[in-house]
Structures are given as structure tokens and as C-alpha cells.
Write a protein that binds this ligand. Structure first.
Ligand SMILES: Nc1ncnc2c1ncn2[C@@H]1O[C@H](COP(=O)(O)OP(=O)(O)OP(=O)(O)O)[C@@H](O)[C@H]1O
Ligand SMILES: [Mg+2]
Length: 259
């Protein structure tokens, strides 16, 4: 599945309020795209529209030239997985079963081997045998990443489109780095195509190929990290006073809040 993912003229209205306004974008195979923007900008809503969990008021999304709603549910689920902002489960399952839920669109054998492989690449093996409900917030987030990757697992690797909503919000430094390095290496191989909502602009700068900045339901900027993460623009759209420096290794922009 190496076709482009296209959104054309997406708008989403609720009770006469335009939450998303006329957003068009293209996601290309092998790209890691970060969606950024202030609270309430519409990032989660856009992600739900892109993944087919919400129907746009106007506009359409298409994968491989075919509108999302024309994809059979099971086929789409094999090609597109979503990790949401907050995932509460109503049942107390072991970690392996939660990750195994990702295999629902697939049939066949060796599922436990796949679950083990996914746990290995996502660093979840130390959580084996634990109850999901008893895990810390960051541990649950790691398991949710593993579940989403399990959903896309084919031939020893996740393949397809992965959408994540703030997957690092509860992670410590090591696990933030681990998750983004993993996504970057998988996208660089060309098997996985990632669109991720991030609040941490420094993580976005280090790992995203392209950044899309939302404000008040509109796309106000997009491009390489260097182009989007300009101090004046961040002050304008976030209302925050910032300095932009360069990372000592590699020279990507890094944001410092003014004290
Ligand atoms: N079901 C809903 N009913 C009413 N308002 C909604 C609903 N869903 C979203 N909104 C509003 O739409 C706007 C965008 O919400 P969204 O969750 O997409 O923002 P976000 O950019 O993801 O914010 P955050 O960074 O806080 O996660 C917000 O003002 C929110 O209150
Ligand atoms: Mg959100």
C-alpha cells in the first residue's frame, strides 16, 4: 500500500461552529508528518476526519484514489491504524490481549508470535503478563502504540498508514526518543506512513519530515520544520513568547520558552 492519502476541502461543523475549515492536504508514503497547533485548534478532530471516524460536513478523504467510505471496513483496518489521544478500556485484560486486539482485522495463525514481535520492537516485553488497567499512564500509552502497530503487521513489519494523537504525552524521555526513533526508522524503510499529533515542537522538529500547523480549525502553515517553526509565527499562532535556536547535533530548530 504505497498510494498517497489525500484530503480535499475538509470542513467539519458542529452546532453552527466551524471546527475544521477547508483543509486540503496530501500525505505521501514513507513520510512522517506532524500535526501541531494550540489547544482546541482542531488537531484531534482533523485526525478523526482523516481516519474516517467522523464524516466531514464538506470535502472528502481518499486513500489510493478511492474515497475512505468506499473502502470495506476490514480492508481499511488492515491498511490504516489509529492511536487515540486517550484510550480507556472498559475491561481489565492482560497486556498481550490488548495488543492482540489489534489483530482483529486479520485471521490466521501465529498471532501470538506477531504480538511477541510487536512487544519486542515497542519495548513492551517488560510489561508481559501485567493487567492493562494496573499500568501507569505512560505504560498504557506504550501498549496502545503496540496495539496499533500489531494492526498493521505484515511480513515482520508494520505496513500502511498510522495516525497517532499525542502518543508521547505520558512518556518519559527515553520512551519519547524510543517511539520517535522507531516511527522514523519504519517510515524511512518506506513501509509505514505516519501522521502524528504532537504538542512537543522540539520532538516534531527533530523527527518530522513535514509539519502542518493548525489554528482555529484552519491550516495556517506547512512545510519543513525550519520553515514552520519560526519564532514570529509561533508567537502569532500560540500567543507564546519563544526563542528559536538550533539543535547542537544536526541543526534542527529547537524552541525555548522565554522565561
Ligand atoms: N463533540 C464536540 N462537541 C463540541 N465541541 C467539540 C466537539 N469536538 C471538538 N469540539 C471543539 O472543537 C475544537 C477542536 O477540538 P480538538 O479536540 O480537535 O482540538 P485539539 O487541537 O485536538 O486540542 P488539544 O491540543 O487540546 O487536544 C475545540 O474547541 C473543541 O471544544
Ligand atoms: Mg487533541
Amino acid at each position: 500500500m504505497a498510494e498517497r492519502f489525500i484530503a480535499e476541502g475538509l470542513s467539519y461543523h458542529l452546532a453552527n461552529r466551524a471546527i475544521i475549515q477547508d483543509i486540503s492536504l496530501t500525505l505521501s508514503p514513507g513520510e512522517l508528518v506532524a500535526l501541531i497547533g494550540p489547544n482546541g485548534a482542531g488537531k484531534s478532530t482533523l485526525l478523526r476526519l482523516l481516519t474516517g471516524f467522523l464524516r466531514p460536513t464538506t470535502g472528502r478523504c481518499a486513500l489510493g484514489g478511492k474515497s475512505l467510505e468506499k473502502w470495506p471496513t476490514q480492508t481499511l483496518s488492515r491498511h490504516r491504524a489509529v492511536m487515540r489521544q486517550n484510550t480507556q478500556l472498559g475491561f481489565d485484560w492482560p497486556v498481550e490481549s490488548v495488543i492482540g486486539m489489534g489483530r482483529a482485522p486479520w485471521t490466521g495463525c501465529a498471532e501470538s508470535a506477531i504480538v511477541h514481535q510487536v512487544m519486542s520492537v515497542t519495548g513492551c516485553l517488560p510489561l508481559a503478563g501485567r493487567r492493562y488497567a494496573a499500568l501507569s499512564g505512560g505504560e498504557q500509552q506504550r501498549v496502545q502504540l503496540a496495539r496499533a502497530l500489531a494492526q498493521l503487521w505484515q511480513n515482520d513489519s508494520p505496513r500502511g498508514w498510522l495516525f497517532l494523537d499525542e502518543p508521547t504525552s505520558a512518556l518519559d524521555l527515553f520512551h519519547q526518543q524510543h517511539l520517535l526513533r522507531l516511527l522514523k526508522s519504519l517510515t524511512a524503510k518506506g513501509h509505514l506512513h505516519v501522521c502524528v499529533v504532537l504538542h512537543d515542537l522540539n520532538l516534531a522538529a527533530l523527527w518530522a519530515d513535514r509539519i502542518i500547523l493548525l489554528h482555529d480549525g484552519k491550516m495556517v502553515s506547512q512545510g519543513a520544520p525550519e520553515a514552520v517553526l519560526q519564532a514570529g509565527d509561533l508567537a502569532r499562532w500560540y500567543g507564546a513568547e519563544v526563542h528559536v535556536g538550533l539543535h547542537p547535533s544536526g541543526g534542527k530548530p529547537q524552541i525555548f520558552l522565554a522565561p
